[in-house]
Structures are given as C-alpha cells and as structure tokens.
Write a protein of this length. Structure first.
Length: 457
C-alpha cells in the first residue's frame, strides 16, 4: 500500500491524465470507507472527473466526507444522471443531512432525481422535525423473529445484510414488527446453531422516538454505551436505527456550537473557513453590540461615583484589577456549569447544590485574590509608590472588594446558565463575555460601595 501523500499525488496525476485504468489499479488495495477520507482532500474538479468513472459505492462513501460547499459544487459539475445515481447510492441519513442544508427549491430538484423508492424514503425522513432523530435515522437494519433458530437467523443475515448500515446489533421483532429486544451479533456467532433466538433475549434494550431531539439521543447513547439504537413509533414498531457515527458528528456539532456561543457570538452553522464574511459579520456583530451597550453601564456606574473618585483619585487605579477579577471568576463558573449541564452531570433541581458550592468556592477564591491585592498595595507602598497617607485603608478596600466581587461573579456565572435553561433558552447563550460584562458593572458598584464605607465616610 502506498503512503498517503504519494498515493494522493499519483491519484491526482492519473485523474488529470484521464488514465482511469491506473486509477482503478490504485483503488485495488483500499476499502471504500478507508479510501473516502483521502479522496475527499482532492480538488472538487478532480473528484467530479473521478466520480464519472468510479463505482457508486466509492462515490457515495466519499461524498459523505465532503464539506457542504464541496458537495453542492460537485453535484453541479456532474451530469444529471450521474448526480441522480450518486444521490440514490447515498445512505438515507447522509442524503437527508445533505438535502436538509439546501434551499427548499434546490432540495426539491435533488429529490426529483431519486428513484421512486428512495424518494419515498427521503420524503419520510424529511417530514420529521428539524434536528430530530427521525432525520438522522437509516432504514437499513436487520430484524429476526424470536422463534427462529440461530442457524436460520444467520442465513437471513447473510442474504439480507450486505447493504445494511451495521450488523453489530440484530433486532428481534414480533409478527407486527414490534421491537422485543436487541442482540449483539457475537451472541449469534458463539451460540449453537439450533439455539432459538428467544434464548438470547434478556429484555435489556433502549430505544429512541423519531421525534426525540439530537441531544436527547446523544444522552441515551452515552448512558447505554451502544453503537446503534433502534427508533420505534408509538406502537413500538421499529422504523429505523441511529448509529454511533452519526452521534459522533452530533457531539462535535453541539460542542462546536456551545464553544462559539461561549465566545460571545451566534453559532456559525458552517466551517469558519467557508462561511461568507457577510454572514459571519451578522452572527458576531449583534452580540458585540449587546456587550458594548452593556459595557456602557460601566461608564454610568463610574459617573455615579464621580465625587468619590475625585476625593480619592487613587481608587481609579485599581478599577481594572477588581472588575476583571470578578469577570474572570464569572466566566470560569459559567463555562464549568454550561459544560456540566451539557454532559448531564446535574439537573435544574440541583440549583441549590450548585449555588452552595459556588458560595464556598467564591469566598475561597475571593479571600486568596483579596489577600494578594492587599499585599500588592502594601508592598508597593513600602517600595516608595505614593498611594497616599491612607494606603492601608486603600489596601483594605481593594482586598474586601475583591472578596465580594469574586463571590458575586461566581454566583452570577453559575446561576445565569440555570436561569437560561429554566426559561427554555440555550444555556450557552449566557456566554463568558456576557457574564463578564454583567459582573463588570455590578463589580464597580461593589467596589465603590466598599470604598465609601471604609475610606470616604
């Protein structure tokens, strides 16, 4: 087998020469699923030339690895018959994911290229709600009857399992197609041939509803550690399966979306390198404007304490120090709580447990930072920096204010995601910059209130 860089170069050169006999020879020692990621790195124009001469299996497996923009461009470069053959060869879940990203009129044109059978399957899947399990499932699964023997089941799997999505899990159903249990295929392989399937069943299975959202499905996959889960209708009839490879994609998308929101922008919904600058501007500008308006209240708060600042001007030197400490504490707490919510480590009803932990943690962190702030001022004053005759009061003000601000930042950062979740919003929308902005404004009020009590009364 050739090393991948040389393989790709040789493949690209053969395609440009239109030497498809050499291309076929290069393909001989690769499985389609292993070949697909390598082919996906080729320029789209070369892929179009290759797809006109390769097998539908290789074309379909490669197409699923391409980014959305490359998929759309590739189909435009293929003849109508070739595009139709490619779409028909795609797995139903991959095809649905692709069509879901197209404008409705373009998606309708693509659906018209499908065979009647595949068109019906596609329309059925697209009829389910957006981001639901129904749109992700595939109809390619193998089901057996409990009264069959292991020998009969294996014969059935051999004759019907070639083009199925996965054969790791076999489903047992009754006469009406209602799900009874799922069985790992290894149980069939190690059991005596005359063993009835019913003897392999233990009733320990999980299933999904087609209307479940993707996050619910992801949680069930994590809980039961399955590589595939059946999807059943209201009558418990199995109508499809969802496989772990789709769940890995969902996990990556959900994590990416949360990280982008935590950074203070809307989710981009497509790769950073391919999204248009105008769309990126719209997704980032709104949040930045909201944060900027929020920060304006910082100036308002400082204006409210203008007289105090004029009386002890040195207070202004430590404004960035105290408010940044609170913002950082709030951002930390928000990030930890949002991620824990996403992983299902606690429920909304556990809010008091979270608050209690953050009160303790906020006080502990505040004492540490307050002590450092106090010592910083006193050490610098001892080294000759002029903080005035009452530098010990200034150090006490900064130290005590830091305790209050860090405590408040920790509480705000931990509780805001829970409030967002309770209100039905995405907790990640309570981003770290948003929490920092909130704590900046309130931190100033705490700081100058402490200063008034200690230094200005």
């Amino acid at each position: 087998m050739l090393a991948q860089p040389h393989y790709k170069n040789d493949l690209s050169a053969a395609i440009n020469r239109k030497d498809f006999a050499t291309v076929k020879k290069l393909f001989e020692h690769w499985l389609p699923l292993d070949l697909a990621p390598i082919l996906a790195e080729l320029p789209v124009e070369e892929l179009a030339a290759l797809f006109r001469h390769t097998t539908e299996e290789i074309a379909a497996s490669t197409f699923a690895y391409l980014q959305s923009g490359a998929q759309k461009k590739l189909l435009r470069l293929l003849h109508t018959s070739q595009a139709g053959a490619l779409l028909n060869a795609l797995a139903p879940d991959d095809r649905t994911a692709f069509l879901d990203e197209l404008p409705p009129d373009v998606a309708a044109q693509m659906i018209a290229l499908l065979s009647p059978e595949e068109r019906q399957v596609t329309q059925t899947l697209l009829a389910y709600p957006e981001n639901s399990v129904g749109r992700m499932m595939t109809l390619d699964f193998v089901a057996v009857r409990p009264e069959w023997t292991v020998r009969e089941s294996l014969d059935f799997i051999r004759s019907h399992g070639y083009d199925r999505e996965t054969l790791n899990i076999i489903y047992a159903v009754d006469e009406q197609g209602r799900l009874i249990d799922d069985v790992r295929v290894r149980r069939f392989l190690i059991s005596p041939p005359e063993t009835p399937v019913s003897a392999l069943l233990d009733g320990n299975y999980a299933h999904l509803s087609p209307t479940d959202d993707r996050e619910t499905a992801l949680g069930i996959f994590r809980k039961y550690d399955r590589i595939a889960l059946p999807v059943t209708d209201d009558a418990k009839r199995i109508i499809g399966i969802v496989t772990v490879d789709d769940m890995l994609d969902v996990a990556a998308e959900e994590a990416t979306e949360d990280i982008q929101k935590l950074g203070g922008s809307e989710a981009l919904d497509e790769p950073y390198t391919t999204i248009s600058l105008s769309r990126m501007f719209r997704k980032r500008a709104g949040w930045l404007m909201a944060l900027f308006i929020g920060e304006m209240f910082t100036a308002t708060a400082m204006g409210f304490f203008q007289n105090e600042i004029e009386r002890v001007i040195v207070l202004a030197l430590f404004v960035p120090l105290v408010i940044s400490a609170g913002g950082n504490a709030g951002s930390q707490a928000a990030t930890l709580v949002i991620r824990s919510l996403a992983l299902g480590e606690f429920k909304l009803r556990d809010w008091w447990r979270v608050m209690r932990r953050e009160i303790i943690m906020g006080l502990a962190l505040g004492v540490v930072l307050g002590t450092v702030g106090f010592l910083r001022i006193e050490i610098w004053a001892g080294l000759g920096f002029d903080y005035g005759a009452h530098h010990i009061l200034l150090a006490g003000t900064v130290g005590i204010a830091l305790i209050g601000i860090v405590l408040w930042g920790s509480l705000a950062g931990s509780m805001l995601p829970l409030l967002m979740k309770k209100a039905g919003f995405d907790p990640a929308a309570s981003s770290a910059p948003f929490v920092a902005t909130l704590v900046d404004v309130t931190g100033l009020i705490i700081y100058f209130s402490v200063a008034y009590l200690i230094m200005l009364r």
